[in-house]
Design a protein around this ligand. Structure first.
Ligand code: PEP
Ligand code: MN
Length: 263
């Protein structure tokens, strides 16, 4: 179902009225996690003013350490919905557990499947049947074939609205958090009709690498970007080191416009 051989034209995914795929670049931005209503609202207002058209933030966070902040759960979803409605920004947020799928689908416009769950087949089936668009992150060490087969699970469960997200893979290189595989963008776009977005925040783990890799992703043909921004990265509860300052994001949005117009 994901193959271009079966469908030649690009799939356009409607996320709460914003199209992902096609001619216009979609920018999903926001903090790693919902920390408080004020933190989300202030950050979301800043990214909206800079031109982002979708809001991201996690209410359920996959953390490497069991002692890390794992999200506010249902309360976080409520804050996300309120801020999204207030600013007119559709919401993209992660769901980690089959038990939470209905709840997250009720609150969010697009369900994110995180890298760590790319091959959680029960979750893929449940999210595939949830009736919401899905943003499927590439697994930490997943091949492109495995990633596309995970997308196939979603489509086979009845969901045609799948967005692929390249977020870096684990390689032998420890200097950056992950190795952002931009080869994957044009390669995957040749193999599948699904839209492909790039997350240079998790792809690099380093704030100052996010702007250049965002531009590179657009030049490579990405349909969108997912970028972490925090009103005050130094105090972020998660992923502060890779979160852009609002002013940095605003500057980046200008440069993105120039590259997008050139490709
Ligand atoms: C995230 O988007 O905050 C996240 C946890 O991403 P990933 O699953 O790509 O690590
Ligand atoms: Mn994060």
């Amino acid at each position: 179902l994901v193959s271009r051989e079966l469908q030649a034209h690009d799939t356009l995914v409607d996320v709460g009225g914003v199209t992902i795929g096609g001619d216009r670049l979609a920018v999903v931005a926001g903090p790693c996690a919902v920390e408080s209503a004020e933190q989300l609202h202030e950050t979301a207002s800043a990214v909206k003013a800079a031109g982002a058209t979708l809001l991201r933030a996690g209410a359920y966070k996959p953390r490497t350490s069991p002692y890390g902040f794992s999200g506010h759960g249902p309360e976080g979803l409520k804050i996300l919905r309120e801020v999204g409605d207030d600013l007119g920004l559709p919401i993209v947020t992660e769901v980690m557990d089959t038990a939470d799928v209905a709840r997250v689908a009720e609150a969010a416009d697009c369900l994110q499947i995180g890298a760590r769950n790319m091959q959680n087949f029960a979750l893929l089936r449940a999210v595939g049947a949830a009736g919401r668009p899905v943003l499927l992150k590439r697994g930490l060490s997943a091949t492109i074939q495995e990633w596309l087969l995970a997308a196939e699970y979603l489509m086979a469960a009845g969901n045609p609205n799948v967005i692929l997200c390249e977020r870096g893979i684990r390689t032998f290189e420890p200097a950056t958090r992950n190795t952002l595989d931009l080869n994957a963008v044009p390669y995957v776009k040749g193999k599948t009709h699904l839209p492909v977005v790039v997350d240079p925040s998790h792809g690099t783990g380093i704030r100052d690498l996010v702007p250049p890799m965002s531009l590179a992703a657009v030049a490579a043909g990405a349909d969108g970007l997912m970028i972490e921004v925090h009103r005050d990265p130094a105090t972020a509860w998660s992923d502060g080191a890779q979160s852009l300052y609002p002013a940095q994001f605003e500057q980046l949005m200008g440069a993105i416009g120039a590259v997008a117009a050139a490709v």
